[in-house]
Design a protein around this ligand. Structure first.
Ligand code: ATP
Ligand code: MG
Length: 362
């Protein structure tokens, strides 16, 4: 008799709609567990960290929070952000603390064009579009290097410095990751995005590393763009995109653009990976806590459920991941859409439909 595999998950629902959509993702995982024929199970431990925790305890997470997460197989994350808590406090206090603390240096953000979804992008072959953004997740513009009050000459004279940090090691590993991923795709192509005309140190280093690494992958097509031109390219020639690799800030911005083009921020999934698997990776939607729609039961759960598909894949359950992606596509094709996509279905109804479709696929 083969042994049942138990996956230990650290679940951090966080704030706002984060709590609502994580609940839906866990329902989907329950479905898989119940239908696995005893092959595997998920054991979830919940961590109440986030802005409410901050307002009560003065910190976003426990001091040894990162260490508490170390032994899990994966982390499933909602979103953080709350009116009254500055965004830089919530982001640095939890999400970035975990990504950096656990060395999740690769952030994978697929841009998917789901069927049946009204799009902002008028493209003759929109249904065929899909590309993947690889975001450098450990340094760059989000290194926290800098400070305030450099002059100290009183009101109105403050100088703030915000530096970017680029290391050859950091650039090389993320660029190499992009090339390795490109080799697994139908079209083998990597697009690198910088702003090396205006940012003459770190971004030029990135470009040089890109050129150097690309020589080891002669089978992979490459191109290099400035981020402003790339933003236009996302809209004008998206069929040219396959694997796009960019720095922390640029890929962050481009991924919101990509998800908006494909319909809504609510459908974009993401994985923060430690590709060496020394530490657990973290799976979360691209969107934030969306306080404007929190508590109404109308948030689109697809981004977070799609992130569960990335998590299943990472845990070695490739077949389940594929089934889940297929069920999501079937669900939007059938017209199950939340309000952000112009529909009238609520959060739970979307999950119900996804689970229903999974039942038909399995
Ligand atoms: P945060 O400060 O946590 O980033 P935010 O106010 O910037 O929160 P986001 O979650 O980043 O909000 O999203 C911006 C807007 O997009 C929201 O105000 C919301 O209307 C919409 N949105 C985001 N995610 C979803 C979703 N899952 N379903 C429906 N609408 C969404
Ligand atoms: Mg936001």
């Amino acid at each position: 008799m083969s042994e049942s595999k138990k996956f230990r998950l650290a679940v951090i629902p966080g704030d706002g709609i984060g709590k609502e959509v994580v609940r839906e993702g866990l329902r989907v995982l329950d479905f898989f567990e119940q239908n696995s024929g005893g092959k595997y199970s998920f054991e979830s431990d919940f961590f109440p960290w986030g802005c409410e925790y901050y307002l009560e305890h003065g910190k976003m997470m426990d001091e040894d929070g990162v260490d508490k997460l170390r032994d899990y197989d994966a982390i499933y994350f909602g979103a953080v952000g709350f009116p009254g808590v500055p965004d830089h406090v919530s982001l640095w206090g939890l999400r970035i603390a975990i990504c950096q603390g656990l060395d999740q240096w690769a952030n994978i953000r697929p841009v998917e064009f789901l069927p049946g979804v009204p799009r902002r992008l008028n493209h003759p072959e929109a249904d065929k579009l899909n590309w993947v953004l690889i975001r450098e997740n450990s340094e760059g513009e989000y290194s926290g290097v800098g400070g305030r009050n450099f002059t100290g000459r009183g009101p109105g004279k403050e100088v703030a410095v915000q530096s970017s940090l680029f290391t050859e090691h950091g650039c090389e590993r993320i660029i190499r990751y992009a090339f390795d991923l490109a080799r697994t795709r139908k079209r083998k192509k990597v697009t690198s995005v910088t702003k090396s005309n205006a940012q003459q140190f770190g971004m030029v280093l990135w470009d040089e590393v890109f050129e150097h690494v690309s020589k080891e992958y002669p089978d992979v097509e490459t191109d290099q763009w400035l981020v402003d031109a790339m933003a236009a390219q996302f809209v004008l020639r998206p069929e040219e995109l396959e694997v796009v690799v960019a720095s922390n800030l640029f890929a962050d911005i481009l991924s919101d653009l990509g998800s908006a083009l494909s319909g809504s921020l609510g459908i974009a999934a993401s994985a923060n990976l430690n590709p060496e698997r020394r530490t657990p990776s973290m799976f979360e939607s691209v969107h934030g806590s969306a306080p404007d729609i929190a508590g109404k039961g109308i948030a689109n759960p697809i981004g977070t459920i799609g992130s569960a598909a990335l998590m299943l894949d990472h845990l070695g359950l490739q077949e389940e991941a594929e089934q889940l992606n297929q069920a999501i596509r079937e669900t939007t094709r059938q017209g199950y859409l939340t309000r952000d996509l112009g529909g009238t279905h609520n959060t739970e109804e979307i999950t119900d439909a996804i689970i229903d479709n999974l039942g038909k696929i399995q």
